[in-house]
Design a protein around this ligand. Structure first.
Ligand SMILES: [Zn+2]
Length: 88
């Protein structure tokens, strides 16, 4: 039965930000534009959400990082009660 093959893992999701080099307070946000650098590598245009500084980065920020934190509750759906019990 396919239900027996379903596993669930508890995860935490982080939003990874890149701080601005110039003002050191703002976060770099991908504008959607790209260009290639001198090595022909694709670079993503970013603009600081505070001071407007532009930078070209190899990956886009912000991005989501998903970390598996619990492999023991594989068969247990994540409910508000589960979250409370784990102290999250
Ligand atoms: Zn800035």
């Amino acid at each position: 039965m396919s239900r027996d093959r379903v596993r669930r893992s508890l995860v935490r999701v982080f939003i990874v930000h890149m701080r601005c080099l110039m003002c050191k307070s703002g976060n770099m946000e991908a504008t959607g534009d790209t260009r290639t650098n001198d090595d022909e590598a694709l670079m993503y245009t970013h603009k600081c959400d505070l001071c407007g500084y532009y930078e070209y980065l190899a990956i886009t920020y912000p991005y989501k990082e998903v970390i598996q934190i619990d492999a023991e509750n594989q068969a247990e759906p994540i409910t508000p009660n589960t979250i409370d019990r784990l102290g999250l």
